[in-house]
Write a protein that binds this ligand. Structure first.
Ligand code: HEC
Ligand SMILES: [Cu+2]
Length: 317
């Protein structure tokens, strides 16, 4: 798959337009601040060149206000850009609470996507038009970086960690997605597509893509198959803490530290249970790092999150 090199990628979200505006304005500012320096340098280099009989007596007059102004005005302009870009940065880091979550697992050399419905895709991700979408991303091997030029978003995808991106595409179409972190031999073909569809087309696609038990459903199956339920089953709290409604709760660790349970905490609890042992329990949980791939871990996490109102181990056990 090869696409022509675009100097100005298409704009597929309001955020992308704001990024372009910021860059264009910053470009103009830098040009305005540096142009006088280079123009005067050129003029004076010619005027005072060797052999030219020019008046070389040092100037006597000093204009304090002129000197103050050329320090203060650029400073204020730059601070303006600082606040402008910081506001955009914070916005880009804060997905709306109701965003549609799609999981991403990167590996040499492909992109895997998991939808909450259970639908799975490789190197292609369908998203609805005009809805906030949050990507929870991790890598199965080395560091990758998910980059969608048309949305002006890019974020490193790291092993052992969940990173996030969010966007709200407002123009239907198919947009390239690339890996922006050199990740080995076939890095250059680690290319995918973001397919932005109108709500009804998206719904049709989702129905056709199937659910395969649903993401949380697959997590539930794993929960039983791996024996998690034998320790964390409903009503059993002597051996292991209850996992019902654990997401978003604050847990006290044996070290005395209190942590809020998020995706990363759940992941670490499964892969490296002895890293953060819950207060009041013996560290008897076996590590599942070697047993599970990242997609399965995400399924388990989805299950534990979905059990906000239910009891993990209760349903279907
Ligand atoms: C042999 C019993 C046992 C099995 C099997 C087991 N766990 Fe645990 N689990 C524990 C114990 C004990 C703790 C608390 C101590 C700790 O944090 O290591 C715990 C802690 C946790 C926590 C953190 C809970 C908190 O309150 O902080 C999560 C999440 C978790 N387990 C998920 C799982 C999942 C998912 C599986 C299956 C893949 C599983 N466990 C299998 C015993 C078990
Ligand atoms: Cu890569």
């Amino acid at each position: 798959m090869s696409a022509p090199i675009l100097l100005w990628p298409p704009i597929a979200s309001a955020y992308a337009g704001r990024v372009d505006l910021l860059i264009a304005c910053f470009g103009v500012l830098v040009a305005l601040l540096s142009a006088p320096v280079f123009i005067l340098m050129a003029i004076w280099a010619v005027r005072y060149r060797k052999g030219r009989r020019a008046d070389r007596t040092p100037g006597q007059d000093r204009n304090v206000w002129l000197e103050v102004s050329w320090s203060v005005i650029p400073f204020l302009l730059i601070m303006g850009f600082f606040f402008w870009s910081t506001a955009m940065f914070l916005d880009a880091r804060t997905p709306p609470a109701d965003a549609l979550v799609i999981n991403v697992v990167a590996k040499q050399w492909m992109w895997k996507f998991q939808h909450a419905s259970g639908a799975r895709e490789i190197n292609e991700v369908h998203v609805p038009l005009g809805r906030a979408v949050r990507l929870t991303m991790t890598s199965q091997d080395v560091i990758h970086s998910l980059y969608v030029p048309a949305l002006r978003i890019k974020q490193d995808v790291l092993p052992e960690r969940y990173t996030q991106l969010w966007f709200n595409a407002d123009r239907p179409g198919t947009y390239p997605l690339r890996c922006a972190e050199y990740c080995g031999t076939d890095h250059s073909v680690m290319i995918g597509r973001v397919i932005v569809q109108r709500e009804e087309d998206y719904a049709r696609w989702l129905a056709r893509a199937g659910t395969d038990g649903g993401l949380a459903g697959r997590g539930q199956t794993l929960f039983h198959r791996l024996g998690c339920s034998s320790c964390h089953g409903a009503g059993v709290t002597e051996r292991a803490p209850s996992l019902a409604g654990i997401y978003g709760r604050t847990v006290t660790l044996a070290s005395g530290r209190a942590v809020r349970v998020d995706d990363q905490y759940l992941r670490d609890s499964i892969i490296l249970p002895n890293k953060d042992v819950t207060a009041g329990y013996a560290p008897i949980m076996p590590p599942y790092g070697g047993v599970l791939d990242e997609e399965q871990v995400l399924e388990l996490v989805a299950y534990l999150k979905s059990s906000r109102n239910g009891e993990p181990g209760e349903r279907g056990s």
